[in-house]
Design a protein around this ligand. Structure first.
Ligand code: BGC
Length: 347
């Protein structure tokens, strides 16, 4: 055989081998992509595999920009929608924080929560619902607004109403909803890792959308400090529901000490309001909340809404008038009628 023919055969051989190996590489990577896609579309397991159990709360001294950079690897969508990258979550969770002038706590919250929630494989968005500075703070009204406004952003099915200064310290306390409302703050540091009384429902509660609809949300009439979380217990009782709690060993919360809030003095009317909580449920809540959204800021890792409240208008709404007649009992028809009149601007 001539030398040049031999050389040609040699070159073709090398070419065939090279083509075959690239084909094999291509095939293997195709298989790998297929497997990864199959894994990523799997529903997340009921028991998340990456939990660490108890973990420590640390104050955060950095900036929002530091957190934006830190969480970039999780690829949150604008407005702070986080999803686990390895599986398809079971529900969409909106974390609603009624808020006013708590910048340091908010930074601690934003630094503490996302890593835990991603270990729990939760799909979540944090909504900070800030009441504008004028007038007294109304925490429950802010939670109603957070619920209504979050639903305008996406079809969330689970809502976690969260104080900004309470930090979970055991990731077995999973941020998910069940058919019953859940009170997640079962053992709170400021009460020596207990609760102030058995029917305390403050701090952190998880409601599925269905429960918000059943209870007409929360009362809008608690301006100032106290009572709104006690009211919630009575609303649940009216619709035959009760909060369930995680075991105290899991539902643990760190609560760093802080001074009194401005614009949130003790509410002198809280006892009267709690006393007639049951009678107001159909008038006073999601169907009667009065507010204006002055600004929505979609930040990289959370959504910040600015809300203006008009106390006088709120107290003139149907729920406000009923609160003045403690113990009054109303039928659902009366409620529908009142709601209709309210929506037409008669109150
Ligand atoms: C208030 C609640 C508060 C609880 C614990 C009660 O007297 O009505 O709103 O969460 O004390 O501080």
């Amino acid at each position: 055989m001539r030398q040049s023919t031999y050389r040609r055969i040699q070159i073709s051989g090398v070419f065939i081998i090279l083509s075959m190996s690239s084909l094999m590489i291509y095939w293997n990577s195709y298989q790998l992509t297929r497997q990864t896609t199959e894994i990523s579309i799997k529903i997340c397991p009921k028991n998340p595999p990456f939990l660490v159990g108890p973990f420590v709360f640390h104050h955060f001294n950095g900036t929002l920009e530091d957190l934006n950079n830190k969480y970039q690897k999780y690829k949150p969508e604008l407005g702070g929608k986080f999803k686990p990258l390895e599986c398809k979550p079971r529900e969409k969770v909106a974390i609603i924080i009624p808020y006013r002038e708590r910048q340091r706590h908010l930074m601690d919250f934003l630094s503490h929560m996302p890593p835990m929630l991603l270990r729990q494989q939760v799909e979540f968005t944090i909504f900070v619902i800030e009441q504008d500075p004028l007038g007294q703070f109304n925490r429950a009204l802010m939670t109603n607004v957070g619920y209504l406004e979050a639903l305008k952003q996406d079809n969330y099915s689970c809502f976690i109403f969260h104080d900004v200064d309470m930090y979970p310290i055991n990731d077995n306390n999973i941020y998910k909803c069940s058919t019953s409302p859940r009170h997640l703050a079962a053992a709170v540091e400021k009460w020596k890792f207990g609760l102030p009384y058995p029917d305390y429902y403050g701090g952190v509660v998880a409601y599925p959308k269905t429960v918000m609809e059943k209870t007409n949300g929360f009362s809008n009439l608690y301006f100032g400090w106290g009572g709104e979380d006690d009211d919630l217990g009575f609303r649940l009782a009216v619709v035959g529901l009760k909060c369930v709690r995680p075991a105290a060993v899991y539902g643990r919360y760190a609560t760093p000490v802080h001074g009194k809030d401005k614009g949130c003095p003790l509410n002198p009317d809280r006892f009267t309001l709690v006393k007639n909580a049951k009678s107001r449920i159909w008038y006073d809540g999601l169907n009667s909340v009065v507010y204006t959204v002055s600004k929505i800021e979609k930040k990289k890792i959370y959504t910040h809404m600015h809300i203006t409240v008009d106390r006088q208008k709120q107290e003139e709404s149907p729920g406000g008038s009923v609160s003045k007649t403690a113990g009054v009992s109303v039928t659902r028809q009366q409620v529908r009628f009142a709601t209709l009149l309210f929506s037409q601007g008669y109150f």
